[in-house]
Structure formats: C-alpha cells, structure tokens
Design a protein around this ligand. Structure first.
Ligand SMILES: Cc1ncc(COP(=O)(O)O)c(C=O)c1O
Length: 391
C-alpha cells in the first residue's frame, strides 16, 4: 500500500541546518559550539516579577481566556513606544502584530503576500528560515548575489512583475555586517518607487559595536506604508525560548495578517505577553549592558582570525549581531566543512550553504561562550581551518 506523501512543494524546502548540526554535536561529545545563534544571558528580573504577578491573578483570569488576535493592547502600546524610542520608527501608517517569535511574523507576512509564483528578493547571504517560509507559502525566493552589503542597483535588476518585496537583515545574520544607512534608504526608496514592500528584519537591532549606528528603514518619514519591520525579544532580552516577536506592518495588511494569525496561533500566549511587558519595562539600557559584554568576545574572534596568509577571510566587517562569516580556500563544500570541523576538531559552525552561499563558507556565532571557552573553540577552529584548507 502506498503511504500518503507530503505535498511536493516540501521537496523544495531545505533541511533545517540547526538540527542537522545539533545531531553532529550530539554524536561528538566535547564539541564546543560556535553554531547556534543564541546569547548566553537570560531575561531581566522584571520578567520573573511580571510572570509571578500574572500567575497570582486568580482563575479564571487574564491568562486563561482568549485575547486579541494581534496581541494585548497593553503590549502593543508598550512595544510601540519602545520601537519609536529605540529604533526611531515612524508608526503613523503602521499597525503592530505580536507573534510567537519573529520567525512566525515573517511567516505570516509571506502567507499574506504570496500567490503561487510570487517572488521575494533575498540578498545572499539570506537567513535560511526566510527562504524556507517563502517556499512553504508557495512563493518563490529569488536569491540575488548583490554583495554581502547588498548593492541596491543589483537588487533593482532582479525585480520582475511578480516581485512583491525585498528583504534585508541589518545587523546581519549570518555576516554580522551593519548595513550603511544610505544602502538601506536606497533599497527602501526603490521599494516605494516600484510598489514593493521592504521587509526589514531587525532581530539584532540593539547589537552593534562599530562606529556606524544601526538604522531602521521604517524610521524614514512616511516609510510605514511600504515597510515591514520585524523584531524579537529572543536575542536582546535572552528570551529565545519565550517566543515573543512582532511585525510592524502597513495598516492595510492588518486584516489579512489577522486571518493568518487567527488560523495558526489565535493570539500569542497570554503569560508570555505578560513576560514581554516585564522585559520591555527593564529598558534598553539593560539589554545594552548585556550586549556590551559581547564586544570583548567579538574582539577575541577578530584578533584570533586575523592571521597573515591564512587560507580564510571574513566576508564582511562584523560590526553587529554576534556573527562572523568565513570563506575558506578549500575544495570541500560548506556542509562537508561543517561536518569535519565537528567530527575531527570538535568545534561547530553553521554551513554557509544554508544561507545560499556557494564555495566553502561557515558562520561563526560568539553569543554563547565565555572568554575561556571561546579561546579554546577558536584554537580548535584555527587548527581545523588550516587542516581543511589542505583538503
Ligand atoms: C535574522 C533573524 N530573524 C529572525 C530570527 C528568529 O527569531 P525568533 O526567535 O524571534 O523567531 C533569527 C534567529 O536566529 C534571525 O537570525
């Protein structure tokens, strides 16, 4: 008897790389991970207090009943103030949708934007879950090699009558690059002129170490009508497991986004929304205090990888997020390099192929390890890279 199979479009969806890497790590005890994109800190104390207070409210209470589809009014209001203050967003033409993490926000947006065959432009390197979500929605991801800091003219050349949006990520996963304001502003203008949406993923909005400040395209006056800004508590507040993210969207899309959210999630979990209120109340200075500690880790990475005549190079100046992107001179594929680094050198990085990169590329994340562990991990990495370069 033949078994019912999954829909054919699932064949086009890449295998999620993080579980693949996780399995290799599990099989190789003692591996140090420069892999998964997470920070080492947990949430501010205000989160525990907000959760305790919510739990004491009695039953049946706030936590037990359905709430507004787009998220509680209190959280949307607090988040609106946060986004205006910290990212300078112009919210006059926008609405806010709270989701279970910003991956879900991106997913809801592409469900709303894509008829079969509609295209979204993803500058390479892209974030793998963006590419996967577009395919799941029946759309077509158009990967464009426009430079690690994308050249707006090369993105413009990829626009077709089916294009719906251009996606940018700054500070960038996987390269750590902070895109200059002029570049983002040019892409945002291009979207306005060509009737497209600019989807700006700002999961790392508070993570920058260089002299270039992080700039939000949604802060341009009037940009809210063609800009979607995505964000999350996962990184800045050490709350990846709490699954709270958001999308700032043009008001006219909100009705259709509510259809998607109502069907999939109904609304974000009440307790987690209370926790999010506590997180925002702690203030951005709390987050910056944590992020400050990563500056030294980043310097450790740069100092160790800066070796004359090394067979690797960084594909961008990693001034933001907590990533660096390496290209290695080697005949190995990215996937082979990831596997060999784990199995033979007990250090894990993420394969560049999942970000749409060709050649032998690896993403390094320095968000999780303390100075001593990072030093050991980098020592293994350098030995591994020299050895892989001879393959
Ligand atoms: C660019 C980018 N967007 C979104 C996400 C997902 O974040 P969340 O935990 O909010 O779903 C990540 C996580 O690594 C990311 O790197």
């Amino acid at each position: 008897m033949t078994q019912p199979a999954a829909a054919r479009r699932l064949e086009q969806v890449q295998q999620p790389v993080i579980p693949v890497m996780g399995e290799l790590i599990r099989q190789t005890p003692g591996t140090l991970s420069l892999g998964q994109g997470m920070v080492s800190w947990g949430p501010p104390e205000q989160v525990r207090q907000a959760v305790d207070a919510a739990l004491q409210q009695g039953d049946p209470g706030l936590l037990d009943r359905y709430g507004p589809v787009a998220g509680s009014e209190a959280l949307r209001e607090a988040l609106g103030l946060w986004l205006q203050r910290e990212q300078g967003l112009d919210l006059s033409a926008s609405a806010l949708l709270i989701t279970a993490g910003s991956n879900m926000a991106f997913n809801a947006v592409v469900q709303v934007l894509c008829d079969p065959g509609d295209e979204l432009i993803l500058p390479v390197p892209y974030y793998f879950n963006h590419e996967m979500a577009i395919r799941l929605a029946g759309g077509t991801p158009v990967a464009v090699e426009a430079g690690v800091v994308p050249d707006p003219e090369r993105l413009a050349a990829a626009i077709t009558p089916r294009t719906r949006a251009i996606v940018t990520i700054s500070p960038n996963n996987p390269s750590g690059a902070v895109f200059p304001r002029e570049v983002l502003a040019a892409i945002n203008r291009l979207c306005a002129e060509r009737g497209l949406l600019h989807i700006s993923d700002e999961a790392y909005a508070l993570f920058s170490y260089g002299s270039d400040p992080v700039w939000s395209p949604g802060s341009g006056a009037g940009s809210g009508s063609h800009t979607i800004t995505l964000g999350s508590l996962s990184k800045s507040h050490g709350m990846a497991g709490w699954r709270i993210g958001w999308a700032v969207v043009p008001q006219n899309l909100m009705g259709d986004l509510a259809k998607v959210q109502d069907t999939i999630l109904i609304h974000p979990p009440q307790l987690n929304q209370q926790a999010a209120l506590g997180a925002l109340a702690a203030g951005a200075h709390w987050c910056r205090g944590q992020i400050q500690g990563l500056a030294a880790r980043r310097q450790q990475v740069l100092d160790t990888l800066h070796q004359p005549a090394a067979p690797w190079r960084l594909l961008a100046q990693p001034d933001g997020a907590f990533y660096a992107l390496l290209q290695l001179e080697s005949s190995l594929s990215s996937d082979q390099a990831m596997e060999q680094l784990i199995r033979q050198h007990r250090v894990a990085l993420v394969s560049g192929s999942s970000f749409g990169l060709s050649g032998c590329c690896l993403r390094l994340s320095y968000g999780m390890l303390d100075a001593a562990e990072l030093s050991e991990a980098l020592e293994r990495l350098v030995a591994g890279l020299w050895s892989l370069s001879r393959s």
